[in-house]
Ligand binder design. Structure first.
Ligand SMILES: [Zn+2]
Length: 215
């Protein structure tokens, strides 16, 4: 479930669509949650789908820390990657604004923690752009990402949280915010994504890959 103050916009033929803020979204706001309408599928379930479904899974699903595929039911599936994203993951089921997001600004997240099976070229254009994104980026950057999440988590109680009620376990988020439970590290998102199977796709950002077989 994506925050209501967002909309889908066409960016370019190369990039496709992206998600943009329609109103200011302050730092600390949860902008996406894994909700009960999002579909979570095991590898076996995905493999059992008819071939016609596979391109949809390849393009729109991501792989979570358990190795399962997650397909968002709403425009959450259109959120693009940036190496300087507006959102970062808090635990496995929440994405939070890590800076103030202005109306018209693109909502982006970090694909490096989403277990990509290949290396994607990145055209995010940020000064911090790594040039490409792969499933093992999280192993190199988890400390910086953890720090970034921790810096923004303290703003969460001070802002309106319109979508937490849709989360599968909203209390989990507040336990991390209030420090009654230890927030898991980004490193724990890693489920075997690699950069071995180089992806020569010309599509920047949009493709989310599958786990390499047997990993
Ligand atoms: Zn980039």
């Amino acid at each position: 479930m994506i925050h209501p103050d967002t909309e889908l916009r066409f960016i370019s033929p190369e990039v496709g669509f992206g998600v943009f803020a329609t109103k200011p979204i302050p730092r600390g706001t949860v902008v996406w949650v894994l909700c009960r309408l999002d579909k979570v599928m095991s590898v076996a379930e995905v493999d059992a789908l008819p071939p016609a479904y596979q391109p949809i899974i390849e393009r729109y699903a991501y792989v979570d820390s358990h190795g399962d595929y997650v397909l968002c039911w709403d425009i959450g599936r259109n959120v693009n990657h940036s190496c300087d994203p507006t959102l970062m993951g808090v635990g496995h089921d929440f994405e939070m604004a890590v800076r103030d997001i202005q109306p018209g600004e693109e909502i982006t997240c970090e694909y490096g923690g989403l277990n990509l099976s290949g290396r994607l070229k990145c055209y995010c254009g940020s000064p911090q752009c790594r040039g490409s994104v792969s499933g093992d980026d999280v192993l190199h950057h988890w400390q910086a990402w953890d720090a970034r999440v921790a810096d923004s988590l303290k703003y969460a109680p001070q802002v309106v949280q319109p979508i937490l009620g849709y989360a599968r376990n909203p209390n989990q988020f507040w336990a991390w915010v209030h420090g009654t439970e230890q927030l898991p590290s980004n490193r724990e998102y890693h489920a075997g994504g690699t950069s071995i199977a180089d992806d020569v796709s010309s599509r920047p950002w949009a493709l989310r890959g599958r786990l390499a077989g047997g990993e």
